[in-house]
Design a protein around this ligand. Structure first.
Ligand SMILES: Cc1cc2nc3c(=O)[nH]c(=O)nc-3n(C[C@H](O)[C@H](O)[C@H](O)COP(=O)(O)OP(=O)(O)OC[C@H]3O[C@@H](n4cnc5c(N)ncnc54)[C@H](O)[C@@H]3O)c2cc1C
Length: 397
């Protein structure tokens, strides 16, 4: 039986941060991961350049049944704290857009920083280690694992969410929560592309690869970013962001020309007397391939496409404005956990201390990172949550 002060199950962003913090406090720490290497999601993140934080982080960019839960940790460990760490390793990075910070070189640099920090704290990292059973003792836990029996005082569950099972995601953390009587909220794939079917799928397929700036709206949330048509449906940052707020059966409204008023443009074009077509006029503002396909939609009377602009009726102009500014679609589904960046929902935050991350009903058991019911926007927010929750728990484990 090997003994540690702290065992962290899951060597991802939150687990490594928690282990390094606890190790540097002098705790004897081991990280157990069932995968063949740790930090796989860090390596694949941000298109290989890891969008490791966002300088505009506020609690409003996180979704949880209890929106107050994340406030304390986000205050105690801010993006600037992570930047201090990054500066200490002379990591070259840049701000891409909307406060999103990316590595100049590769995501591996972020993982190397975390592993170096773990090293400083004497943390042991054990891969290919599956935990078979967990039993609570009078003070601490006994684990049976494929690498033998382990005892620890504090046990941290940092096994992440369900997205990308091929990268090592499992529902293990939720099962541990249930074993110890913690409730788990409903989970769904989030930051995920929408699938389409029937006629709309054919349209998306014919436009596959076309990207344009839009606003996407669902409920009272609205995002102004790019939309990308794909051979399965809709993707791009605007769609991923709104998917965080979307529930099956709900409509999404998309403004395909968000920086212009088509109503005003049509008035101007009618007034200037030039004889170019609607298609040519719109192609100055939108990708031509998109305009050609869009004007063929049954949303618009056929006459609209062929009529001289000056002859458009008020009703036809209104149909055009609706079709470009208020395209409403009810996606039949999403691409699911296969491509989702995160899982919405998780271990109910009401059962966990927002200060220590310890389960309120089980002394010594902690939950950090994405396994909790806290989901961030696209743009470095989810890593910031992993760093903040991992760091704060690391102070107490
Ligand atoms: C393709 C992709 C790109 C992303 N890009 C970004 C980005 O640029 N910026 C951003 O902020 N967020 C991004 N995210 C989200 C971000 O990666 C996660 O929110 C974050 O990694 C969560 O950290 P975590 O430590 O909680 O979980 P994870 O990083 O998922 O780590 C969980 C760890 O637990 C291990 N594990 C799971 N089950 C077990 C088990 N039974 N036993 C032992 N170990 C187990 C896993 O192998 C893994 O190492 C991206 C996600 C994906 C999928």
């Amino acid at each position: 039986m090997t003994e540690y002060d702290v065992i962290v199950i899951g060597g991802g962003a939150a687990g490594l941060m928690c282990a390094a913090t606890a190790g540097q406090r002098g705790r004897r720490v081991a990280v157990l991961d069932h995968a063949n290497k740790v930090g796989k999601k860090i390596l694949m993140s941000g298109g290989g350049r890891c969008n490791f934080t966002n300088v505009n982080v506020t609690p409003e960019q996180f979704i949880s049944r209890n929106p107050h839960f994340c406030i304390s940790a986000l205050r105690r460990y801010t993006p600037y704290d992570f930047l201090d760490l990054v500066h200490g390793y002379d990591l070259a990075y840049h701000e891409k857009t909307l406060g999103q910070l990316f590595c100049d070189h590769k995501s591996r640099d972020i993982l190397d920083i975390l592993l170096a920090e773990c090293d400083k704290g004497g943390v042991e990292v054990r891969t290919r280690c599956a935990v078979e059973t967990i039993e609570q003792r009078e003070s601490g836990f006994t684990l049976t694992t494929t690498l033998g029996g382990i005892q620890c005082e504090s046990l941290v569950i940092a096994t992440g969410g369900l997205s990308i099972p091929t990268m090592g995601a499992t529902g293990y953390g939720y099962r541990v929560a249930q074993q110890f009587g913690l409730p788990v909220t409903e989970r769904e794939a989030a930051l995920v592309p929408f699938t389409l079917s029937g006629h709309w799928l054919e349209i998306a397929q014919s436009l596959s690869g076309v990207s344009l700036p839009v606003t996407a709206e669902c409920g009272d949330q609205r995002f102004a970013e790019a939309l990308l048509f794909t051979h399965r449906g809709l993707s791009g940052p605007a769609v991923l962001q709104i998917s965080n707020y979307w529930h099956t059966g709900e409509a999404v409204t998309i403004d395909l020309l968000p920086t212009e008023s088509l109503e005003e443009l049509l008035e101007q074009w009618r007034a200037d007397g030039q004889k170019t077509t609607l298609k040519n006029r719109l192609s100055r503002y939108l990708p031509r391939r998109f305009v050609e396909t869009w004007l063929e939609l049954p949303l618009f009377p056929k006459a609209v496409r062929e009529k001289p602009l000056a002859e458009l009726s008020r009703k036809e102009m209104a149909a055009l404005c609706d079709g470009f500014h208020r395209w409403q679609i009810v996606p039949p589904g999403t691409e699911g956990y296969r491509t989702a960046e995160v899982t919405r929902g998780g271990v109910d935050t009401d059962a966990v201390s927002s200060k220590t991350f310890e389960a309120k009903n089980v002394s010594g058991l902690y939950f950090v990172g994405e396994v909790l019911d806290v989901t961030g926007w696209l743009g470095g927010y989810n890593f910031q949550w992993a760093w903040a929750s991992g760091y704060c728990a690391g102070q107490y484990v």
